[in-house]
Design a protein around this ligand. Structure first.
Ligand SMILES: [Zn+2]
Length: 697
């Protein structure tokens, strides 16, 4: 209650000064202050409790029940709501076994051990599915063990340089540093027959702090489930890249199960360190490099032939299963074809209190706020769409299938605002397309923080530790808080990197060691993340305000000057990389010239945006087409589903963004003709974006 007053006071005092995208902000300021007063910490806590009462893995009855809960809240807010089903390929574990033996044949361990701590009241629910890897292969394999650290490309290269052959081996890697699907993909490429991925206590266990239930970190038997899709190839249903898996899609339109392009062919299992430790402890061979040593109480070794042998049995039940997105719409009053899309996934590996239910509670309270405005007679100028995605955890499936089905309408979408892990603590963070970074900063300046002042103020303090040299991502934003680029690992990927909708992703973080385990439950959340749900309320305000401000803007608040500066700095970095790789002959001249023209056009349009007048429909039309101009029809080399020429998930990182991916990765693979071709593709994309902006006058 106190916070709602603070919000109103905050907006009341701040002079209704210029807000990017608005000529006169007076009317909108009143709407926003009414919106900010509605999201409610207590209600958010109730949503969270309801959503996390049962495990709700995608395509289960409990998942369906959460879809109905969300649909009911959408309808209560006045949204035109439907539950949209897709029929997609999903696996469930039937049988999973791991056993290890030393060179004398003595058994070292047999598992997996069930997740267990003393005092957790959620762990014994019979509806908890055993931890598993989405998209993993079935198999019965035995091999000698090699330890490969995080399973990064440099880790595998290091093993190769030490002449440790992976053919026929079982690779043990730890979680962290890259997307788990990349670990399995690289192990398979190097000849491994199976992979075990475990959680080292150094990365999210006792080395960091007290484990659950004493503290927030991963306990001895805690296991991280997760998808091992190769997300960097494409997202979504493995059998239907580029095509929506509607319930009536004929099977003939699907790829055969053994011909999918984003699934591994070797089995992999997730493990706790309780189960991994006896294997690692017994490994002989060369000592692990210092950076490979984790926090288990013995020296790590690389293993190799003739040492520890592991037997893996994995039987996965693959089937076409029905999943449910929930889509709620408010039709725009003056620009109904311009969609402002907000989304969050709903499916969880187990209870998913943080991931994703904190995001769902956040979105439901944002929708509650929008519903409050609707009841007062407000109508947004643009159409608002709120989406509760299913099967995100298995490979961004619900969002990807919906984007593939609605590609035509999404050509007119003006933004996608994502939230996934909304709250695991008090530290706000955000990633965005460069054109929306300043927009996100402005929105956070309008939302109060439970710690006092605004979300923006607290974000800046925490991101800089008081050191002003640690701010700013571009020269024109000196002193601003730095924001990340969008890589992958959540539902913005199909919107941003497949169809070119400008996107943002927000969260509020803290110590969180129970990711994707049964211990990410309501009790953990209340003890460790947000006891009074005030950060859920804060995130509902930020997410909702992004949508409301974008939906009502006179002029789309995209900052293409910042975008031009970002591409300029990416280009300079990649140019240096080319020189370092001995590819100094690559001609960046045409790209630099194109970027100069793009920046000039952006500056001209920026002038029109700050003083909106005249033909705003034309200006907005031009702005709307600019992001799409960066998309290449043919897509990126070897991954045509990814079409953005400036941003993609790294081929070998998965979560992290790689910028100017076509050129950058061609240089990585020392392919000069490909790099030259990709420079031309990028240059043409920048020229298309310039032409789009020039259409504003
Ligand atoms: Zn998630």
């Amino acid at each position: 209650m106190g916070l709602a007053c603070a919000a109103t006071a905050l907006l009341g005092q701040s002079s209704v000064g210029p807000v990017f995208g608005y000529g006169d902000f007076t009317v909108e300021a009143k709407i926003e202050s009414e919106f900010l007063a509605i999201p409610d910490a207590k209600l958010a806590g109730q949503h969270l409790k309801t959503l996390t009462a049962q495990p709700h893995l995608s395509a289960t009855p409990e998942d369906r029940a959460t879809a109905e809960y969300v649909a009911q809240k959408f309808r209560a807010a006045g949204l035109e709501t439907e539950i949209v089903p897709y029929r997609v390929l999903l696996n469930r574990p039937l049988e999973q076994r791991v056993e290890a033996f030393d060179s004398t044949g003595r058994q070292l361990m047999s598992g997996p051990t069930k997740e267990h701590v003393d005092g957790d009241k959620f762990q014994d629910n019979p509806r908890v599915t055993m931890p598993f890897h989405g998209s993993s292969a079935s198999g019965d394999v035995t091999g000698d063990v090699v330890y490969a650290n995080y399973g990064r490309i440099e880790d595998f290269d290091q093993l190769a340089s030490q002449h440790i052959d992976l053919h026929g081996k079982i690779v043990v890697v730890r979680y962290g540093n890259n997307f788990r699907g990349i670990k399995v993909y690289l192990a398979e490429q190097r000849g491994a027959v199976g992979v075990l991925i475990y959680s080292d206590p150094q990365d999210d266990g006792y080395y960091k702090g007290d484990p659950w239930p004493m503290g927030p970190w991963r306990p001895e038997t805690g296991v991280q489930s997760g998808s091992v899709q190769n997300l960097s190839r494409y997202a979504g249903d493995p059998e239907t890249p580029g095509v929506a898996s509607t319930p009536d899609l004929p099977d003939s339109a699907r790829l055969p199960a053994d011909k999918t392009g984003n699934q591994p062919h070797i089995p992999s299992l997730p493990l706790s360190y309780h189960d991994a430790a006896p294997i690692l402890r017994a490994l002989a061979g060369p000592g692990a490099p210092q950076g490979w040593q984790g926090a288990l109480p013995f020296r790590y070794h690389l293993g190799g032939s003739g040492g520890v042998r592991v037997h893996i049995v994995s039987k996965q039940d693959y089937a076409l299963r029905t999943i449910w997105d929930v889509i709620g719409k408010v039709k725009g009053a003056t620009a109904p074809d311009e969609w402002v899309v907000t989304g969050n996934h709903r499916d969880a590996w187990v209870y998913g209190a943080v991931d994703p239910s904190s995001g769902t509670a956040t979105m439901l309270e944002a929708v509650h706020g929008v519903g409050g405005l609707l009841k007062q007679g407000w109508r947004p100028r643009r159409t608002m769409v709120f989406c509760s995605w299913d099967a995100e955890e298995q490979g961004l499936i619900g969002s990807t299938e919906w984007v593939e089905q609605n590609g035509e309408a999404l050509r007119h979408a003006v933004a996608y605002f994502n939230v996934d892990v909304a709250v695991s603590g008090p530290d706000f963070s955000a990633s965005a397309v460069p054109s929306l970074k300043q927009f996100v900063r402005e929105v956070t300046r309008s939302v109060p923080s439970p710690l006092g002042a605004t979300v923006y103020d607290q974000w800046k303090i925490q991101r800089t530790d008081g050191n002003p040299n640690r701010t700013s991502d571009a020269p024109e934003n000196q002193g601003e808080v730095r924001m990340g680029d969008l890589g992958s690992g959540s539902d913005f990927t199909p919107f941003f990197q497949h169809v070119g909708v400008p996107s943002t992703d927000i969260g509020s973080g803290g110590p969180y060691g129970v990711y994707h385990s049964a211990f990410d439950n309501f009790d953990w959340f209340v003890q460790n993340a947000d006891p009074h749900f005030v950060y859920l309320e804060q995130m509902a305000r930020v997410l909702g305000l992004e949508a409301v401000r974008m939906a009502d803007a006179d002029v789309l608040p995209y900052d293409y000057v910042a975008y031009a500066n970002s591409i300029g700095s990416y280009s300079a970095t990649v140019k240096r990389k080319a020189q370092d790789a001995g590819m100094g002959g690559l001609d960046f001249g045409p790209l630099d010239a194109a970027l100069g023209r793009f920046k000039a056009a952006a500056q001209k349009v920026h002038g029109l945006q700050v003083a909106p007048a005249g033909d705003l429909a034309k200006l907005n039309g031009a702005l709307r087409q600019t992001e799409g101009a960066f998309m290449a029809d043919e897509g990126l080399p070897n991954r045509p589903w990814y079409r953005h020429t400036v941003f993609a998930p790294g081929l070998y990182t998965g979560y992290a963004a790689v910028v100017i991916p076509g050129v950058s990765e061609a240089i990585d693979s020392r392919d000069q003709p490909l790099a030259k071709g990709q420079l031309e593709v990028l240059t043409r994309a920048v020229d298309r974006a310039t032409a789009a902006l020039n259409g504003a006058e």
